[in-house]
Design a protein around this ligand. Structure first.
Ligand code: PEP
Ligand code: MN
Length: 344
């Protein structure tokens, strides 16, 4: 349930009511939208009825929530959530906003392999017009024998890229112990498909305000995906960017299947930005551009694209990595599609 406080409600009205809700065995998160305070209440096991809250001073109205992902739902926040990346130490770098009128392009190699190749990829990706670099240093590989990433050494390389090229950094964490060193360098922490249901990890991420790129579990429903986002939101971090990266179907021709339905479906029921990862969804560099265009046409707010200067020797996901030379044409086309959508 959502309790909408009146415009004239005082801090005391809000805090008294919040205390009362918590003392009654329910959870209550206070949020603000357009200058109005809202209290999101979980009624699970709660003894009080929704309407009874309307007798409290400062309360304007109560709304039942049908969706179980209260905070992620549009019922809770009808406006799109905009998530802004800002370079505090370099104010000259243009902020990147997810959820607005721009398509944000995140690009880089699957894994940070070594300094030389990574710097080279970053330079080319930047030249192609991308301002957000992504590279994995803690890798979640299917095989324990495959390259597992450079770990903290890789973070140093990402730091260098950030300084030298003024690019925002996205990188994955696999467990809570990796959050503190990574948060020092990264502008966005990625949670991979295999960790979407690692609820303790999601709870830990809720304690920070760093934006989280949450990938959909490869076998998760849209509802489960939004419930995972809810774990982060409920624990206090409102900055969640969703990422559809393909799901398992009976089709084996491609690595996964991009769920194009997910973009308009999630946009209808959630206010969170959602981007597409056509690289993992298809598993083939030849399909990346077409699927990127389809995802943006369906409403994606951005793309996460694997790029490598030497795909055949890449230590991870070379077959789905495009050459940086292919980026400018792709970006031009997705921006043209986005412009048609926003003109409507
Ligand atoms: C990745 O982004 O390189 C990755 C491993 O993605 P996913 O978790 O979607 O498989
Ligand atoms: Mn990858």
């Amino acid at each position: 349930m959502i309790i909408l406080m009146a415009p004239w409600a005082t801090e005391k009205h809000v805090s008294d009511l919040r205390k009362h809700i918590i003392n009654s065995g329910m959870s209550a998160s206070v949020l603000e939208n357009a200058g109005r305070k809202l209290i999101a209440v979980s009624l699970c096991g709660g003894p009080l009825f929704e309407k009874s809250f309307e007798t409290w001073p400062g309360v304007e109205q109560t709304f039942p929530i049908i969706q179980p992902f209260m905070l992620a739902s549009r019922e809770f926040n009808p406006e799109n959530t905009l998530i802004q990346l800002k370079m505090k130490k370099s104010p000259g770098v243009k902020p990147a906003i997810f959820g607005g009128n721009d398509v944000q392009i995140i690009a880089g190699p699957c894994a940070v392999e070594d300094e030389k190749s990574c710097m080279e990829i970053a330079e080319k990706v930047k030249e192609a017009g991308c301002n957000i670099f992504r590279g994995g240093v803690f890798k979640a590989r299917t095989s324990p024998y495959a390259f597992q990433g450079l770990g903290k050494k890789g973070l140093k390389i990402l730091e260098k890229i950030k300084k030298q090229f003024g690019m925002f950094i996205v990188t994955e964490v696999l467990d809570s112990s990796e959050i503190p060193p990574t948060i020092e360098v990264a502008d966005v922490l990625q949670i991979g498909t295999r960790n979407m249901t690692n609820f303790r990890l999601l709870e830990s991420l809720g304690k920070f305000d760093k934006p989280i790129l949450l990938k959909r579990g490869m076998s998760s429903t849209i509802r489960e995906f939004l419930m995972a986002a809810e774990y982060i939101l409920k624990n206090g971090n409102p900055n969640v960017i969703l990422c559809e990266r393909g799901i398992r179907t009976f089709e084996t021709h491609t690595r996964f299947t991009m769920d194009i339905n997910a973009f308009p479906a999630i946009k209808q029921i959630s206010h969170l930005p959602i981007i597409a990862d056509p690289s993992h969804a298809t598993g083939s560099w030849r399909l990346v551009e077409s699927v990127s265009l389809a995802a943006v046409a369906a409403g994606a707010d951005g793309l996460l694209i694997e790029v490598h200067t030497d795909p055949k020797n890449a230590l991870s996901d070379g077959v789905q990595s495009i050459l940086p030379e292919r980026l400018p044409a792709l970006i031009k086309k997705v921006r043209a599609i986005k412009n048609i959508l926003i003109e409507e």
